[in-house]
Design a protein. Sequence first.
Length: 218
Amino acid sequence: MKDHFFISETERLEKLLNALPTGIVIIDCNTRKIIDLNPQALAYFDLPLDQLVGKICTDHICPAEKDSCPILDKGQTLDRSEKEIIIGDGSRIPVLKTVIKTELDNTPVLIECIIDIRDKKIAEEEHLKREKLQTMLELAGAVCHEFNQPLQVILGFCELIQRMQNLDDQMKKNIDSIATEIHKMKSLTHDLSNITKYETKDYLHSKIVDIKRSSGNS
């Protein structure tokens, strides 16, 4: 066993990086190829070391930013940002990545510190859903309150007109159609008042709230 005082700087650094609970990737600045990873980084990528070493960094790290490295291409000394990495099955996971430039054995390298933030992203999405649901509930309550009384008044007038004796057949059909649509609107306000979750559906080129599914009436 080597004495602690005779361990090289590189070996000492390797021991330290391998012990960290954070993913560490070392990249050659000249070739932009991955030259080493610690065990935690390998666990994130779910790939063996020999399938990552020698690969261009953008094959697995920051895949959307070829030739746009904040440090190598834009001259920054430190980069700390949310990115994505491509793991073994081809899917992408969000990470918080911190990168610095340094030298190892006289070779300029990037040391990239990677933290898996999937749980953080899930928590943020759940929080956003709760906020959207609360906003939707408040809006739905206001709509129901403002619509119900006018709808009831219109429906009442329809019923009064339907009782009139001098209506021709076409007028009766028209009034019946109006009453039918009013009942549909009342059904809609009923669904709005019973919303319990936030669900959307595709509409044209965007998404809108799916009232039926959000109220549990799908």
